[in-house]
Structure formats: structure tokens, C-alpha cells
Design a protein around this ligand. Structure first.
Ligand SMILES: Nc1ncnc2c1ncn2[C@@H]1O[C@H](COP(=O)(O)OP(=O)(O)OP(=O)(O)O)[C@@H](O)[C@H]1O
Length: 764
């Protein structure tokens, strides 16, 4: 019902059409809101002809002379406070028995409004707001006014300037019917922001406001109140008996010095809090400097690590063999199993990889007999990470090493060790860092996953024809004129001809572009796109030219009713520019989320709650793929493994994210990025469809460096996706809380992570 003057009996009839009424010399244009004390109106001061916010006491508060007087007294005291961070009071008065207060009309949003958006602020923002609030409090405290009701609804963030304005100083007292001059009386206020003094019925003083400010800051940092009981009595008990959860447990991105200060504000005894608002402001300055210094140190360390890594890799390159990144270069996404791409048209139920575990539930871990272990000898005489071997012979070569080289290596090693220790002990350290972990050569998986790798894998010369597959690939290579150099950043995918669908999908040959076999479906160089034919083994003609000859469609089971072969192509779609979007759940809070060279998926140790997960977006339109045609899909990511062991006890989940906002990643530094506003992370993943699961205990996890998600649900999700892009969220981790890291296929922490979606669709 539209508000009219009759809804507000204290208003006089309007003088202009559309107004709600008048109150003295104020034209009342509309209601801004109402609180415990009364109404707040948008009004015009007709004398000074300026817009104002007019706060009018409600009947209850205005009914007793006591409360009227208190209101006027407090409001007048507040009007005497002139400070940038305190709302300006223009006039305090009484109109026909109704107390009112005219104040500056604010534009913007209260902190309550910001909290309601579930946006946790970054720590710099928290410090900045805290400083301004401390200044406003200091100005009021200097006039002997205690706010008594500091809470997000009373803290305004001005539009445009971001300036803080504190509202309602001292007015809480006016609403307390039996408050005395010292502010002791029945407890009033909002339960979550009450103080221990109120619980003890002690008088409130300046430091009570500091406690409430601590609550406000804690909530900004974590999205939670330090103590939260539904009703005032329970809250009062909790205030006296409970201890807030350490802030950094809820948000590790908040630097320790800031967390410490907020906990100090929340001390039960006023004497343990900062002495006053001015002292608090000074402490905030110190905290800001400490945090800045820490992040500068972190950046410098990161840069130093990068340069050291460059030095290390150059040295290693010079040694020619000891750090074989080409293992990544050749790492086509091998099929996890033949069931990952079960059939061309009707994926079989159950083709979802048997993850076996859900997040946080893990089967007993049994080390795989054939799994490569750190330091284990690798095939073809390839050394483990630190080894050196002769390029020409493949045999370990013993060379006399000069003492200077040894000294240099020693110094470098010590430096790295020290840096590593410093790095680890820095609290609040962002995960967006470079880990100097040289990736040892990729041991080719054996054809039998449970048997040790063959000591003599086949090595084929480029275009070599050591096997029929090699022949076919050689032919394709020639036809397609692959431009992929061994170490290029973004090589063109090697087209892969059809070949036998055999269980030997992870044979050494299958890892090399020259020998990629499509038996296990969409196999292609990870950082490239390609279109190729997939067909069943029995239909495979000898060495077809996929560029000119459409092949029959692959079938899942040769014993099935022979389906009418339908030409099928596999398209590999990389995330734009090879960059996935990293979105943090509780850590980081960067605005641009797509620029991280390492993507992390992590759960918190203990409760298994999501700590960090990753957003990926693939632009199907750019690849000319029509969603509706997608038959099968598989998503591959390259893992970074400290020490090169296989992941254990790890379960990951793939969720689909189909929202209009998912298309709205903005250009950032010529790369596409998800901005925080568009991130589903803010809402949690419960609303998203679970498409696929992956488990390190799955027997299909043959290659330690690659994970695949594939399921009929994934393909179905892409088919139904509404936008031009499809977006996914990868979450999960392990009970130990160790981060699962995704990197570029080169294992190069300076390059974008390699993420590829292989989809099959009918050829046109
Ligand atoms: N100076 C102002 N300019 C613009 N809007 C204002 C101003 N002061 C208050 N408001 C808005 O008016 C509404 C009511 O404010 P009021 O202070 O009465 O209630 P509250 O603070 O939410 O509750 P309570 O007074 O019970 O603590 C709020 O939405 C507030 O944002």
C-alpha cells in the first residue's frame, strides 16, 4: 500500500503532491527505513533548501519524558561532533511532542549491506575501514559520547568516496527505558554486537565501542560473528564464557598482525583492549606497515624464486639431460580407460570413472607396485630428478666436475633451502607462488599398469616407423605438418589416427605425439586443438588420412548391435589462452582470478571443508562446436607433484556451472578472467550439479601427472549448457589438507596451467 500521511500520524498534511507529509519545516518525500527508534525519511529542509535524512522518534520512544529528553540530549551531543567519519547532524528538535533529528542524506551502503552480499573484504580494505571508524569514534569519545551500538547497520560506506560515516551515536541509550547516566541499565542492542561489559552489567565506556568494532571487523574478515547466540540472554552467557575461534582458521588470507589486533579488540576485559580509539588507530598503522612489508617480502621472494628457477633451469639445460621437461611436452592426454569414452552416441551408464570415494572419504591406501616413486630409477636410463646422464648413449656419464661448480651448487642449494624455510614460515602467504620443484622426467607408464616400467622403452625418431602406429602417425604428421617443436609453449596438436582399442593405452608409445593412439579416445597434445577421427578397431582401415577420409564412428563394445557408423570428430578446447580461472573460497580474495600460474584445489585439514577450488571455462563457440552435438567429453588437467610421487588419498569433484554470468569473464591484461562478482564460490557449490568424480585410488589413475574427469553427465551438461562457454568448478582435496596443484604441461610455474576439454561430436 502506498504510504500516505495517514500512515504517519505525527506528520502534517503534504504541501505538495506526491509528498508523504510535512514535519515542521521539512517536506517528507519518502521513507528510507525504520529501526528500533523510529522512522528515517527522505526529506527536504524547506528553509535551507537541502535534502536531509530525517529521523523521527516513534511513539513508544517519544511517550515518556525521560526517553524524549535522553534522545534530545544524546542527539545534541552527537550534533556537536564534527568529523569526517561521523554523520553530520543539522538539527535536533521536537515537533508537537515528536522528537526528530535532521542529518545529512547519505548515499552508499551500510556495512550490513556489504555483509549481506556475502563479500568478505580483503585485509587492506578491513584496515582502511577500521582506521576510519577508529577516527570517528575518537572524535565522539573526545566529546564524552560512547556509541553503545556499533554494528554494521550503523556504519555507512559513502558511495564514490568509500568514506566511512558512523550513525546513531549514543542513541542506543535513548531506547533503554531504565538507563542511567552511566549507561548502565537493561541490555539493549543487537545480540551479536553486545559487549562483555553488558553481560556483566558493568558501565560502558569508550573501550566498549572498541569491542563492538572488533566484532564488526571479525565479521568483515570471516563472514561470521565471533559469538553468536539467537537471543540476548544466551549471548550474554556466551560472551562471558566463550572464546572466538581464531580468525585465521576461518580466513587464512588475513595476515597475522591484523588477526591479532582484532582478537585484542575482542578481549573480555576492557583493560586488555587498546587503551582508546586513538591508540587503536596507531596500532592499525603499525599493522598496515607490517602487512605491507610482509607482502612486499613475499613478492620479492617470489621474484627471487623465479630468477633462481631460471638460473637452475638454465644450468640444468646446460647439463642437457638432468631435467627433462620434454616429458611434459610429449604428454598427450592419455585415456584413463576405455570406459571414459564409452561410446559415440549413447554413453553407457557407469562410465563415470569409478572414483570410489567421495570428498573426505578415502579407501585404505596401498602403494601401487608399479607406481613410480621419488628417486626410483626411470626407464631408458633417465635419471631421477637430480640425475645426469649422457645424451648420446643414455648411460650415466661420469664427468669430472670442477670444485667451483660444486661450490656454486652448494651456495645455491643453501640459498634455496633458506628461502624455502622463510617462505614456509611467512603466515598468510598467498598460494600464488612459484614452487621451485624441478619436474623429473616423466616415466612412461608400462603397458601393464601394475608392472614396473620397461627399462627400454621404444624411442622413435621423428616420423619414425617403429610400429604401425608409428607409421600412421608419421603419415599424419607429414600430412598435418605439425608445428609443435619439442619445447614450444603452445604446440599444434598432433593429429591422431585411429588405432587399436587396446588396454595398452598407457604404453610408452602412447605418450609420444608420434605414437598417440586413439583407442582410448580423445588423445591430443594438451595445449593444442585438433580435429581427428575416432573409430572402432575393427573398422579401422589402414592408415586413413583423417583430413580427407571421414572414419566410421567409434563404438563402445564390439559385441553391441553394430550401429550405423556416424562420422565423429574430437575437438580439444583449451581454456582461453591456456589460462583457467582460479577462484578462491576463503583464501586470496583477489579480484582477478585467472592469472595464477598454479591452480590450487584444497580442503581444510580436519573438517574437509572447501578451502580453495578452481574455476575453469572453455569457449566452445570459438572452436565452432555446437553444444547439442556433443557426444562425449573428458576434462584433463596436469598435476604438479612435489617429489613426483602420485597423489594419494585425494578425491576431486567436478561441478558444472551454467549461468549467464559465466560468459562474462572480462578481458584482463589480454587474458580472460573471472571476476569475483561472477564467482559461484561466493555461494558455495551445493547448488551446482556434480558431473564427475576423480580419486587417486582409482586404478585408472595411471599417469601420475594427469587427471581426467569424464562421465556421461559431463557430456550431458555440455549439451544442455546455455551460454557460449561451459564453466566448471573443481573442488576436493585430501584429509591432510595438502593442496592439489595444477600447472602447465611443461611443469613451468611461470606458464599458465594446462587445461583441456576433449569433446566428441559428429563431423559436419
Ligand atoms: N543519514 C542517512 N542517510 C540515508 N539513509 C539513512 C540515514 N540514516 C539512516 N538511514 C537509513 O534508514 C534506515 C533506518 O535507520 P535506523 O537508524 O532507524 O535503523 P537501524 O539503524 O537499521 O536500526 P536501529 O536504529 O534499531 O539500530 C536504514 O536503512 C538506514 O540505512
Amino acid at each position: 500500500m502506498p504510504k500516505t500521511a495517514s500512515n504517519y500520524e505525527f506528520l502534517d498534511a503534504p504541501t505538495q503532491e506526491g509528498d508523504l507529509g510535512t514535519l515542521g519545516s521539512y517536506r517528507i518525500l519518502g521513507e528510507l527505513g525504520r529501526g528500533g527508534m523510529g522512522y528515517v525519511f527522505r526529506a527536504i529542509d524547506t528553509v535551507l533548501e537541502r535534502p536531509v535524512a530525517l529521523k523521527v522518534m516513534n511513539k513508544k520512544v517519544a511517550s515518556t519524558p525521560n526517553s524524549r529528553d535522553r534522545f534530545l540530549q544524546e542527539a545534541r551531543a552527537m550534533a556537536a561532533v564534527h568529523h569526517d567519519n561521523v554523520v553530520v547532524i543539522f538539527e535536533v528538535g521536537m515537533h508537537e511532542g515528536t522528537p526528530f533529528m535532521a542529518m545529512e542524506m547519505l548515499r552508499g551502503v551500510t556495512l550490513e549491506g556489504i555483509n549481506a552480499r556475502k563479500e568478505t573484504c580483503d585485509y587492506e580494505q578491513v584496515i582502511e575501514y577500521a582506521r576510519q571508524i577508529a577516527r570517528g569514534l575518537a572524535a565522539a569519545h573526545a566529546k564524552g559520547i560512547v556509541h553503545r551500538d556499533i554494528k554494521p547497520a550503523n556504519i555507512w560506506v559513502e558511495e564514490g568516496t568509500g568514506r566511512i560515516k558512523i550513525l546513531d551515536f549514543g542513541l542506543a541509550l535513548a531506547t533503554s527505558p531504565d538507563a542511567d547516566a552511566a549507561g548502565v541499565g537493561s541490555v539493549c542492542g543487537t545480540p551479536g554486537y553486545l559487549t562483555p561489559e553488558q553481560a556483566r552489567s558493568d558501565p560502558l565506556d569508550d573501550r566498549s565501542d572498541l569491542y563492538s568494532l572488533g566484532v564488526v571487523l571479525y565479521e568483515m574478515c570471516t563472514g561470521r560473528l565471533p559469538t553468536s547466540q539467537p537471543a540476548i540472554p544466551q549471548q550474554l552467557v556466551a560472551l562471558l564464557t566463550g572464546t572466538p575461534k581464531p580468525l585465521r582458521e576461518l580466513n587464512p588470507a588475513i595476515p597475522q598482525p591484523l588477526a591479532d589486533l582484532i582478537h585484542q579488540l575482542l578481549a573480555k576485559e576492557p583493560v586488555d583492549r587498546p587503551a582508546n580509539a586513538i591508540a587503536l588507530e596507531k596500532q592499525l598503522d603499525v599493522v598496515a606497515r607490517e602487512c605491507e612489508a610482509k607482502s612486499e617480502t613475499a613478492v620479492s621472494l617470489s621474484k627471487l624464486q623465479l630468477s633462481l628457477k631460471e638460473v637452475v633451469s638454465k644450468q640444468e639445460e646446460a647439463k642437457a639431460e638432468s631435467f627433462d621437461l620434454s616429458a611434459f611436452e610429449d604428454l598427450a592426454l592419455p585415456a584413463a580407460s576405455t570406459t571414459t569414452f564409452p561410446g559415440p552416441v549413447t554413453p553407457k551408464p557407469g562410465s563415470l570413472p569409478p572414483a570410489g570415494t567421495k570428498s573426505g572419504v578415502f579407501p585404505a591406501v596401498t602403494p601401487r607396485p608399479g607406481a613410480p616413486r621419488p628417486g626410483a630409477p626411470t626407464p631408458a636410463g633417465k635419471p631421477s630428478s637430480a640425475g645426469v646422464k649422457s645424451k648420446s648413449t643414455g648411460a650415466p656419464e661420469v664427468k669430472p666436475v670442477s670444485p667451483i661448480v660444486w661450490m656454486g651448487a652448494g651456495i645455491l642449494g643453501t640459498l634455496l633451502l633458506v628461502l624455502g624455510i622463510v617462505w614456509m614460515i611467512l603466515p598468510g602467504q598467498s598460494e600464488n607462488t612459484v614452487t621451485v620443484v624441478p619436474q623429473p622426467p616423466q616415466p612412461p607408464p608400462s603397458s601393464n599398469r601394475s608392472s614396473p616400467p620397461s627399462p627400454t622403452p621404444q624411442t622413435k625418431p621423428p616420423g619414425g616407423n617403429a610400429s604401425p602406429a608409428g607409421n600412421r602417425n608419421a603419415k599424419n604428421k607429414n600430412n598435418r605438418n605439425s608445428k609443435a617443436p619439442a619445447n614450444s609453449r603452445d604446440p599444434v596438436a598432433e593429429p591422431v589416427p585411429p588405432t587399436t582399442s587396446s588396454p595398452e593405452s598407457s604404453s610408452p608409445e602412447s605418450l609420444s605425439p608420434e605414437s598417440l593412439s586413439p583407442e582410448s579416445a580423445p588423445r591430443a597434445s594438451v595445449a593444442a586443438e585438433s580435429t581427428r577421427q575416432v573409430m572402432p578397431e575393427q573398422d579401422r582401415p589402414p592408415l586413413p588420412d583423417p583430413t580427407t577420409t571421414p572414419d566410421p564412428v567409434a563404438v563402445d563394445d564390439p559385441t553391441d548391435e553394430p550401429a550405423q557408423p556416424e562420422p565423429t570428430k574430437v575437438v580439444n578446447v583449451n581454456t582461453t589462452a591456456g589460462i583457467g580461472a582460479d577462484s578462491t573460497v576463503r583464501e586470496g580474495f583477489e579480484t582477478s582470478l585467472a592469472t595464477k600460474p598454479i591452480l590450487l584445489v584444497q580442503q581444510r585439514k580436519g573438517d574437509g571443508e572447501d578451502k580453495q577450488h578452481v574455476h575453469l571455462r572453455f569457449d566452445l563457440q570459438a572452436k565452432g562446436v555446437s553444444h547439442g552435438d556433443v557426444q562425449q567429453a573428458r576434462l584433463g588437467m596436469i598435476l604438479s607433484l612435489p617429489g613426483h610421487e602420485k597423489l594419494q588419498n585425494t578425491a576431486l569433484q567436478l561441478y558444472g556451472y551454467d549461468a549467464k554470468g559465466a560468459d562474462k569473464w572480462v578481458e584482463d591484461d589480454e587474458r580472460k578472467a573471472i571476476l569475483w562478482e561472477n564467482s559461484i564460490s561466493r555461494e558455495g557449490l551445493a547448488s551446482l550439479p556434480l558431473l564427475a568424480q576423480w580419486s587417486s585410488e582409482d586404478p585408472d589413475y595411471a599417469n601420475p601427472n594427469v587427471i581426467f574427469f569424464s562421465s556421461p553427465e559431463l557430456a550431458a551438461f555440455i549439451r544442455k549448457a546455455s551460454g557460449n562457454t561451459v564453466s566448471f568448478v573443481v573442488s576436493g582435496g585430501n584429509p591432510e589438507g595438502t593442496a592439489v596443484r595444477f600447472v602447465s604441461k611443461e611443469g613451468d610455474a611461470t606458464k599458465a596451467p594446462t587445461l583441456m576439454l576433449s569433446i566428441s561430436a559428429p563431423t559436419n
